[in-house]
Design a protein around this ligand. Structure first.
Ligand SMILES: *[C@@H]1O[C@H](CO)[C@@H](O)[C@H](O)[C@H]1NC(C)=O
Ligand SMILES: *[C@@H]1O[C@H](CO)[C@@H](O)[C@H](O)[C@H]1NC(C)=O
Length: 299
């Protein structure tokens, strides 16, 4: 479990904000990060409760990937991401409360998984996608691992270093599926089963583009002191320039944007992309910030 995350999110409960009085609201779907699960009362459970307090009457669904909380946590490390996305799509399609559409908020890796939901599963329609510390160009390195998960992460790091793009590792290790090695760009493009696919690295899937562009807003939150995500600019869809791992480029400087392979340039021009920064470490924010910066997008 990510203890620091829990402490950060736990603080949300103590700083009680004013309850506002609107109740005509679009449902909200949450997808948790690595080492976390749908329902922990100190993390996603707290977020759900907080949103329900702030937006009376709102329906909040925190995705559980699997049949139990334990399975959900394990899925975050070991379940094929494409299967997780299909599982989530199925769950959303079968929920009558979401029929008219929903907003989505993903935390850390849950954010890029929800983007895949937007690109692959247009029904029911996702309206706004809010990415909180998501890694849209993946990660290259696991500099520090959260709390109790650190032994799992040490093991994962070894596996990734020994061959992230082998089929066996791609299939069974979630973090390999958004592992983006700028020194082995061809390997990444050819063998990344999840990230290279949703980022249109092999082909331009026009369906992905059309579906993503039908979002009303795509909000990306970057944590300026993030010590878990490398490089941090991935939280704003930037990454290392190809061929080295020091200099980074912004989304706007990337081929993905310049060739507009995913529709992001057009979304940017239309004012649909929102780049937010906050001064904490990974997923560290308080209720006041959440209410001021994110709540306006989910009301
Ligand atoms: C909220 O719902 C209640 C009861 O359904 C209704 O009376 C009230 O007018 C609603 N408030 C707003 C701001 O929509
Ligand atoms: C494009 O994406 C759609 C939706 O996931 C999928 O059904 C289709 O097979 C994809 N096409 C290609 C060429 O990958």
């Amino acid at each position: 479990m990510n203890l620091r995350l829990f402490i950060g999110l736990g603080a949300l409960l103590l700083v009680s904000g004013p309850v506002r009085g609107t109740n005509v609201s679009t449902p909200l779907v949450l997808w948790h990060g690595m080492g976390d699960n749908c329902c922990n009362p100190l993390s996603m459970g707290a977020i759900k409760k907080m949103v329900e307090e702030e937006v009376p009457g709102i329906y909040v669904l925190s995705l559980m990937i699997g049949k139990s909380v334990t399975e959900d946590t394990e899925s975050g490390f070991f379940m094929d991401v494409n299967e997780q996305v299909a599982f989530a799509c199925n769950k959303l399609a079968q929920d009558p409360k979401l029929k008219a559409g929903y907003n989505a908020m993903g935390f850390s890796q849950g954010a890029q998984f929800l983007r895949a939901v937007a690109q692959r599963c247009p029904n029911p329609p996702m309206k706004a996608l809010i990415s909180v510390g998501g890694q849209h160009q993946g990660v290259y390195g696991l500099p520090r691992c959260p709390g109790e998960s650190s032994h799992i992460c040490d093991w994962i790091r070894k596996k990734l270093n020994s061959g992230a793009y082998t089929d066996a590792i791609q299939k069974h290790l979630v973090q390999a599926q958004y592992w983006h090695d700028p020194l082995n760009d061809d390997l990444y493009k050819q063998h990344s089963l999840f990230l290279a696919d949703i980022n249109q690295e092999r082909v331009v899937n026009e369906t992905y583009k059309k579906n993503l562009m039908s979002l009303e807003k795509f909000v990306m939150v970057k944590f300026l002191q993030d010590s878990i995500v490398d490089p941090v600019v991935s939280e704003w869809f930037g990454f290392f320039k190809t061929g080295q791992a020091e200099q980074t480029e912004t989304l706007q400087e990337s081929a993905l944007y310049k060739e507009d392979r995913l529709g992001l340039a057009e979304m940017d021009k239309a004012g649909k992309l929102v780049f937010l920064a906050t001064d904490g470490d990974h997923l560290q924010f308080n209720r006041e910030w959440f209410n001021a910066k994110l709540l306006p997008y989910i009301r």
